[in-house]
Ligand binder design. Sequence first.
Ligand code: FE2
Length: 252
Amino acid sequence: MELSRRTFTLNMLGSMLTLSLVKSLAEVEVLANSVRPIVRKWLIEMESATQQLRLGRVKTTEWQSQIESLLSRVDLADLLKAIDFDRLAKTAVFPEDHESAEDVDFSRNKGLPEELSFAPYFYAMRKGAAIVPHGHRNMTSMHMMLKGQAHCWQFERVAEDAQYLTIKPTTDKVSEIGAVTTVSDHKDNIHWFKALSEPVFMFNIGVFRINPSEDFNGRDCIDPVGGEKLKDGLIRARRIELKKAYELYGKS
Ligand SMILES: [Fe+2]
């Protein structure tokens, strides 16, 4: 009798301890939920595709289709959580004649190297502001619409000289939430976005200096609207300075 009472008491104590331990763990879990490292398969796949690109194991155009298909299948709510959308949206700034870019921090995600192969950003635009028409060299990038609507134009870089780029239009459409576009040296090199609503938020990644031994520059800005129309829909667009591009295309 004595023994069983003791056992009973011990069992009770054990259960109570277990209960309170479970409760505290649950509380810790809730508190730490926002900072708890988690595994996001899509993010690991994005990093892995970019590593392969940097190693020369996948072509830029393959990277483009891999990233586009990966991000068009991703759960948008999870992506927003991963980039800390609520905080970024709250603190976003809206320059008059161009977009703003804020760093995205993925360091709390498990399974990623300390240094990512790509640079992630959060872009914000007021209505009428634009990411001015430009191309890139030795880099790829991805833009994904997170909020609002933007007009998106893309062009192939067909030929170039010191003063002009000959381009061919490939995309002219309104991008809605979830729409993903990419650029590379080999496909859809030039892009241009204009915010049709306020605010427009985008998730962006850039893969800079893919080939370390080749030249890399930020943006080759051009003036497609003022360009000379050639046969087969081609346009001969002059190269312009970033400041001039902001003036011509930055706001409307
Ligand atoms: Fe760009």
